[in-house]
Design a protein around this ligand. Structure first.
Ligand SMILES: Nc1ncnc2c1ncn2[C@@H]1O[C@H](COP(=O)(O)OP(=O)(O)OP(=O)(O)O)[C@@H](O)[C@H]1O
Length: 522
């Protein structure tokens, strides 16, 4: 825990209370009577398995969902949060994960957007600048007010969003996975900003599956399971271990062989399965179906060479802007490299589009759900979209019973339960992610590229997913692009580290450590 978090005041009486909040979506009881007390100067971590009801509770506080029963009391007065504007008028701000800056606006414009200060009905530039500067100082972001948001680093954009949320007379700031996709050093900057906000008297609710972050910054942690509070922890009771126990509902135990997680981290993965598999099963088929990149160059990439072996899980990692995204785009067919060659097995392949890549048996699923999810479609359609082309070829005839049974198998292997004919939006964020991963499982490809596969996926399911990826590697190439050391250590046989567009190091087996990954990527 940081010094700041140890020394801060302990928070007085609650100023906001949620009493018996309940909400059902059709037959699904998302919240079954939740009580929550929030005080100033405190950070509340909200944890729980996928589909537990966390987002629904946050939407109730942000005025996006009206509960079926229960009440919210602010300073002793019951309030009705009918919509986000009413919530905002009480100082309650929900900052969703997908909230983004407007790149062509300046820092100051972004902060004041939709809430411009006026004097005598006229926009006041000086008041805008003063408010923006105050918010920037509070989050610890040192940039000029007049620079365009497009010129900011990813972590600066995230901090800018915090500053914007802050500039709205905020008393309660609700953050949903605010460090998603950021490498550890940058996540730390966001966490520091959250702690600063707390020291300015805000109440922060921090929803995350990153339990070390939650443990590091929370004064209180509330675990939600099946729509109800299953555990409340405060102060010294909070550690990554107790949080894992709260989510799993039982003491931690190794899920796969030897633990690979830091001492405080519990045990959620091991490379032992992957290594024994690649040693035994992978060798004979491997030579034929490896994926080899030779001298790949592009906007950022410079002469990238590596082989991802059949029978292994190969990680790709690097800081934001290092070229990892371009590399994934090249392998998935969505970007053409300026130079270089790609071989799959014995043949050279030219990937002109994702559809082209798919025809060679290369499929990609990205952690950015906004790009890959078909939100208006059913779960079944989201799973089978990639596979259909392969199952039914050019005949164009879709045999629904075959489709349904393969989709059911793919979903079952990732423990997605329930009716596949529901819209994708009926699932929680983490479960939507599992559906997208199932897409590749159903398609049975030669190369499967998973870009940030466990974004928003809960800790127990992450281990399941990693085990699934390791098992899948038998007979094919699995690539996992991730910034998370824990994930790379937990699942990969080999990790390609990218720095400034080049392969800086290839780490194998026990050499894949947090320290080695950090050194090779920065
Ligand atoms: N718009 C909706 N329509 C139908 N069901 C929904 C809707 N939104 C949520 N649900 C259901 O409500 C339950 C709680 O979902 P919620 O999104 O609150 O979970 P969560 O704890 O935030 O999960 P995650 O960690 O995966 O984001 C889930 O069973 C989900 O499928």
């Amino acid at each position: 825990m940081s010094e700041e978090s140890q020394n801060h005041p302990t928070g007085g009486a609650p100023w906001l209370s949620v009493r018996g909040a309940a909400k059902s979506y059709g037959g699904v009881r998302a919240l079954r009577g939740v009580d929550l007390d929030l005080s100033s100067n405190q950070v509340y971590g909200i944890i729980g398995p996928n589909g537990a009801g966390k987002s629904t509770l946050m939407k109730v506080l942000g005025g996006l969902v009206v509960p079926d029963s229960g009440e919210i009391v602010i300073e002793g007065v019951p309030v009705s949060l009918q919509n986000p504007s009413v919530a905002l008028s009480h100082g309650l701000v929900l900052m969703p994960q997908e909230m983004t800056v407007v790149p062509e606006f300046t820092v100051s414009q972004n902060i004041n957007l939709g809430n411009e200060p006026t004097r005598f009905g006229i926009h006041s530039r000086s008041a805008s600048a003063a408010r923006a500067q105050e918010a920037l100082t509070k989050v610890g972001l040192e940039v000029e007010l007049s620079v365009l948001a497009s010129s900011l680093q990813p972590v600066e954009r995230r901090l800018l969003m915090l500053a914007k949320a802050l500039a709205q007379n905020t008393r309660l700031l609700i953050l949903d996975e605010p460090t998603a996709g950021l490498p550890p050093a940058m996540s730390r900057q966001v966490i520091d900003a959250v702690l600063r906000l707390r020291s300015h008297g805000l109440t922060i609710v921090y929803v995350s599956h990153h339990l070390s972050e939650v443990a590091a910054l929370s004064d209180h942690v509330v675990c939600i399971r099946e729509g109800a509070v299953s555990m409340r922890l405060s102060g010294q009771e909070i550690s990554k271990d107790t949080l894992i126990q709260a989510i799993l509902g039982k003491p931690t135990e190794p899920v796969l062989g030897r633990s690979v997680v830091s001492p405080a981290g519990g045990s959620i993965g091991s490379r032992s399965v992957a290594r024994s598999r690649s040693g035994a099963g992978g060798g004979d088929v491997g030579a034929r179906d490896d994926l080899t990149l030779s001298n790949i160059s592009g906007d950022r990439l410079r002469e990238v060479n590596f082989t991802a072996r059949n029978g292994e899980v190969t990680g790709i990692t690097g800081l934001l802007g290092s070229g990892v995204s371009e590399l994934v785009a090249v392998i998935s067919g969505s970007t053409r490299p300026l130079a270089g060659r790609i071989r799959l097995g014995a043949s050279e392949v030219v990937l002109r589009s994702p559809a082209d890549a798919l025809s060679h048996g290369i499929g990609t699923v990205t952690g950015d759900r906004s790009r890959s999810a078909m939100l208006s479609r059913t779960i079944r359609e989201n799973v089978s979209v990639t596979a259909l082309r392969r199952w039914f070829g050019r005949t164009g005839i879709i045999r629904r019973p075959v489709e349904r049974s393969r989709v059911a198998d793919a979903l079952a292997s990732l423990s997605v339960i329930g009716d596949a004919e529901r819209p994708l939006t009926a699932l929680s964020g983490g479960n939507q992610q599992r559906v997208l991963v199932s897409r590749l499982l159903a398609a049975d490809l030669r190369v499967m590229v998973f870009d940030d596969p466990t974004v928003g996926v809960d800790i127990a399911s992450r281990a399941e997913l990693w085990r699934e990826l390791q098992a899948l590697a038998s007979g094919r190439v699995i690539l996992v692009a991730s910034a998370e050391a824990e994930e790379l250590i937990g699942v990969c046989d080999r990790v390609i580290c990218i720095h400034n567009g080049e392969v800086s190091q290839v780490l194998e087996g026990d050499a894949i450590t947090e320290h080695a990954l950090a050194r090779a990527t920065s």
